[in-house]
Write a protein that binds this ligand. Structure first.
Ligand code: C2E
Ligand code: CA
Ligand code: CA
Ligand code: CA
Length: 270
């Protein structure tokens, strides 16, 4: 098969990037940023999502949507994911020791990480080592992992929840989960995907979808968070239909730990 120059260039770029990614961890080029999640009843920050950032010295900031898939393909997601879990736990414990109001720390877990049989043991070990209470620790897995992975995933989630870990389904609404399937999943929260939140100010269809998801979640005893909230209009709608919490640029962008500390400190003082 002949490769067009454009494809060739893309392959070269990916190979180059993967090679760089191998060294990113040891060269200390990875960093976590944190985006607050706000409870709509109290207006307070109840959680933060840890989001990975990679600053390459020459290529500058490479977005996670570009390098996470590469890390998944190469297996690098395992050491990187372990670093993320550890850094997030340590950071949350450090904030608590600084006397900041306690928040739940949400970490994204990829499909490959879920297939690693050592995941639950690793998390247990990290929580013990950092002395972080499991209720301040949350795992986000995408809807597509949750519905595509049979009984194995249910067993893992069950085990984690028994340890006290909080479980969320990310990007909810983008796949076609059957309602009966959702009912059997041992989870605590649903994160409504940004695409529906984008639509709520534009028309009735997405409003109806978001409304239905919230009703469904409430009936199943689940918490609901909306992601990608950018406008006052979206916020007003979500408050109106009693969404539990929100995350998005309207309140805060993802930020480095030191910036979040100032915001949490302010919340403590008011
Ligand atoms: P995600 O888990 O759905 O994360 C939410 C993404 O939406 C983040 O992009 C966040 O910065 C962005 N976002 C939040 N609020 C708004 C908003 O109001 N408007 C807009 N336009 N965007 C908003 P980010 O940080 O670029 O991450 C992209 C994806 O990369 C994440 O999507 C997640 O799937 C993946 N990712 C990031 N960090 C990790 C990680 O540590 N491990 C794994 N496995 N995946 C990660
Ligand atoms: Ca997420
Ligand atoms: Ca998401
Ligand atoms: Ca997403």
């Amino acid at each position: 098969v002949l490769c067009s120059p454009v494809i060739k260039e893309e392959v070269n770029f990916k190979t180059k990037l993967t090679n760089h990614l191998y060294h990113a961890l040891e060269r200390d080029e990875l960093e976590l940023h944190y985006q607050p999640q706000i409870c709509l009843q109290t207006g307070k920050i109840v959680g933060v999502e840890a989001l990975l950032r990679w600053t390459h010295p020459e290529l500058n900031m490479i977005p996670p949507n570009v390098f996470i898939p590469l890390a998944e393909q190469t297996g690098l997601i395992n050491p990187i994911g372990e670093w993320v879990l550890k850094t997030a736990c340590c950071q949350n414990k450090a904030w608590q020791e600084m006397g900041l109001p306690p928040v739940r720390m949400a970490v994204n877990i990829s499909a490959t990480q879920f297939r690693n049989p050592k995941l639950t043991t690793l998390i247990k070990k990290l929580l013990k080592e950092t002395d972080l209470k499991p209720r301040y620790f949350e795992l986000e897995l995408t809807e597509n992992i949750a519905i595509n992975q049979s009984d194995y995933i249910i067993e893992i989630l069950d085990r984690l929840r028994k340890q006290g870990v909080f479980i969320s389904i990310d990007d909810f609404g983008t796949e076609y989960s059957s309602l009966s399937r959702l009912k059997t999943l041992p989870i605590d929260q649903i994160k409504i995907d940004k695409q529906f939140i984008d639509g709520v100010a534009k028309g009735k269809t997405d409003q109806a979808i978001v409304n239905t998801i919230i009703l469904l979640a409430k009936n199943l005893g689940l918490n609901v968070i909306a992601e990608g909230v950018e406008t006052h209009e979206q916020l007003a709608f979500l408050k109106d239909i009693q969404c539990d919490s929100v995350q998005g640029f309207y309140y805060h962008r993802p930020m480095p730990a030191q910036e979040l500390e100032i915001i949490l400190q302010y919340q403590n003082d008011t």
